[in-house]
Design a protein around this ligand. Structure first.
Ligand SMILES: [Zn+2]
Length: 705
């Protein structure tokens, strides 16, 4: 017997606004028909209401509305999946807006044959959107099977006709929740926000393993490690390349991501053989990409037949648009209630965050889930890596344990439920892995605590006539672009050759030096660049081609190092000494990283036992700043402080930001402790190889019979 025949064909039965599971046996066919009639009546009333709104739809009688709505339902059921096949490139390149246009044109065609019905102008878009609004609300209220088993079956049959699958070994689907620390993940499961995932743990199919990020706890470094097995030289979210005319490189930049991928890729990425990348920063060396930053500028690669599944159901994309607007309303309500309740710490989220949140949390989420569902039905892809950005985005602005953040996790859990259910329609088994790329830490920002921004503080420690450029916004909304600067000041450059020998101890110097502050200067063309990456900041002295040594910084800018380490908000800084090698310096002690020797108090005490190892590695990177700065970490309150204006942040070291998780099948070999993104790559790579080999062994055995 073919194994696929015994796999239960469970109907997808979740409502996708409330997303509450609808048990199939509890919904009788009588009730189903009843609800469908209610939806139909609702749509007829809606159609008349839209006509009433005078936007270009004219319906002369209610009988006409009845005929039109029923005729549309029949047209959609019979020819929509075929139309989608024909016009898929158009639908993809118009990012779904084409669905509304196609919908409007269908009503227009219908109007040619229906007396009393005309449509023109804005109604061509507004009528389909209005109908989607009504259907979406009614489906939510009536807890209907929104995935529509009808379209699912039609789509599956169409897909299968074109792609007969032969693979029988499991495919791996890795779903990344951006920015979720293991601690918060377990809390969310305990509090009931993630019932699907806690079910996987309880039934014993999955287990949670913590892993530890590299020093730069952010998506750029982590996804480079996970998807390409190499995150060398990815110092932070954003860095300066002195050798390239002080160019600032941003790991999430559309123009920089392809260049970074070229540097880190050896052609053997995680997704190189039959892999798929969905909503990631890097491609993992596959060409099968959807919304992947490193390839997003390549318009040819933007189109991918995997979009078919999303568009084959005529109601799906219009509903996503409705959900998108709903999420914007939720964000507005959230901003007001946070302000009324005076939630602390709190930042100004601003107007641009409203669509940013809806885009990251709803639009990309739904597209990602839908395309993976389509992939599973095709069955060719062995390994999929997909990112869900919503939690990271929301937690940055509201906090890692905020109600909004937990609700976002609840919505994500429902995606996993949908995907698990959809996998039961597929012809081959799938193994799910849910993991994160880094965590986040919480706390009031540097500016909120000390009344001065970090860049202004640095400026106050430098000679008055030096110019400073800063970009402290490392949040992934890409709103600020860098402005290049030039200029070198010979007087200071000459100073480098005349270093006066001051032979005092490092600790003596940083603790005894009286810090002299200068007035703030305008940040025009700069000789200092300060960049932030959560609670990690980088100071680049850009008049100098090489990384400046501790001794040179001390001689040229005597205030700088003592001024930094004595500031309360700073946990430690890392500089490279000609005499002692790399050193982590705190207010009351020095850690000599090469010898693992400590003088005074250990500045790395609270940052975890692997902190020296992470710092040594970062120190060896090509674009390490002259001074690397990390905020304090308070192990009691678990607080850090960001150098940018975000409540939840990550990028440096200290606490939950460096402690993501992997929820994986129990039978997998996952070493503990699992340190560094590059080792996560190794685990995933070896597991997919095992599955592939198991098929080869089975084939060989059968061959030998
Ligand atoms: Zn982030």
């Amino acid at each position: 017997m073919d194994p696929k025949d015994i796999r239960p064909k469970i109907k997808e039965t979740t409502n996708y606004i409330t997303n509450e599971p609808v048990e199939p046996e509890k919904v009788s066919s009588k009730a189903k028909i009843g609800r469908s009639i209610v939806v139909l009546i609702g749509e007829i009333i809606g159609f008349l209401l839209i006509a009433h709104a005078n936007v270009g739809l004219v319906v002369t009688s209610w009988e006409t509305a009845v005929v039109a709505v029923i005729a549309l339902a029949i047209i959609n059921a019979l020819i929509w999946p075929l139309l989608t096949r024909l016009f898929l490139p158009f639908l993809v390149y118009t990012i779904g807006i084409g669905t509304l246009i196609m919908d409007g044109l269908l009503i227009y065609l219908l109007s040619l044959f229906t007396p009393g019905l005309t449509i023109e102008g804005p109604a061509l878009i507004l009528a389909p959107l209005g109908m989607a609004l009504i259907t979406t609300i009614l489906s939510a209220v009536l807890t209907l099977d929104s995935e529509s088993s009808y379209y699912r079956t039609v789509t599956r049959d169409l897909i299968k006709k074109r792609h007969p699958t032969t693979k029988t070994y499991p495919g791996i689907i890795i779903l990344e929740i951006d920015g979720l620390a293991k601690e918060i993940f377990e809390e969310a499961m305990k509090k009931g926000y993630m019932p699907t995932l806690s079910k996987w743990v309880k039934r014993g199919s999955h287990t949670v393993t913590e892993w530890e990020t590299d020093l730069s706890s952010q998506t750029g470094a982590s996804q480079a490690g996970i998807l390409h097995g190499n995150n060398e030289n990815i110092t932070a979210f954003r860095w300066v390349e002195k050798e390239h005319n002080n160019q600032i490189v941003t790991s999430t930049g559309f123009s920089d991501a392809p260049m970074i991928e070229k540097r880190i890729s050896d052609g053997n990425g995680l997704l190189v053989d039959d892999g798929a990348s969905r909503s990631n920063l890097f491609s993992g060396d596959t060409d099968d990409v959807v919304l992947t930053f490193s390839k997003i500028k390549n318009l040819k690669k933007f189109y991918n037949t995997t979009w078919y599944y999303l568009f084959a159901n005529p109601n799906r994309f219009p509903s996503i648009i409705i959900l998108f607007f709903w999420e914007m309303i939720l964000e507005i309500i959230s901003q007001i209630t946070h302000w009324l309740r005076n939630v602390q710490p709190r930042i100004r989220r601003g107007l641009t965050f409203i669509p940013t949140r809806a885009g990251a949390n709803v639009l990309m989420r739904e597209i990602t889930t839908e395309t993976i569902m389509g992939d599973m039905l095709v069955g060719d892809i062995d390994i999929t890596y997909a990112t869900y950005l919503g939690y990271d985005e929301i937690a940055h602005h509201t906090g890692i344990r905020d109600n909004d953040s937990f609700k976002c996790l609840k919505q994500l859990d429902k995606q996993f439920n949908r995907l698990e259910k959809a996998s039961e329609y597929a012809d081959r088994p799938y193994k799910f892995v849910i993991q994160s790329d880094h965590g986040q830490g919480n706390g009031a920002t540097f500016k909120q605590r000390y009344g001065i921004s970090f860049e202004n503080y640095v400026r106050s420690l430098l000679p008055e006539d030096m110019t400073l450029y800063s970009n402290m916004d490392s949040n992934e909304n890409y709103s600020k672009m860098f402005s290049p600067f030039k200029g070198a000041r010979d007087s200071i450059k000459n100073g480098i050759d005349n270093i006066t020998d001051r032979t005092e101890d490092v600790l003596e110097y940083v603790t005894n030096e009286k810090v002299f502050r200068t007035e703030n200067k305008k940040p025009e063309e700069s000789e200092v660049i300060v960049l932030a990456s959560g609670n990690l900041a980088m100071v680049y002295l850009t008049q100098f081609k090489e990384r400046l040594s501790y001794e040179k910084i001390k001689n040229l800018f005597p205030n700088l190092i003592p001024g930094l380490v004595k500031q309360e908000g700073i946990g430690f800084i890392m500089v490279d000494s000609e005499e002692f090698g790399p050193m982590a310096i705190g207010a009351n002690g020095v850690y000599y990283l090469n010898e693992d020797e400590i003088e005074g108090e250990n500045p790395l005490e609270v940052f975890g036992e692997n902190a020296p190892q992470h710092l040594r590695r970062s120190n060896s990177f090509k674009y390490t700043p002259d001074i690397l700065v990390n905020s304090f970490y308070d192990p009691e309150t678990e607080e850090i402080c960001a150098f940018e204006e975000l409540v939840g942040s990550h990028g440096g070291i200290g606490g939950t930001q460096s402690k993501p998780f992997m929820l994986h099948p129990v039978e997998w070999d996952v070493p503990t402790p699992l340190i560094s993104a590059e080792n996560v790559y190794k685990v995933l790579k070896s597991e997919i190889l095992k599955y592939r080999n198991s098929e080869n062994i089975t084939k060989n055995l059968n061959h030998g019979k």
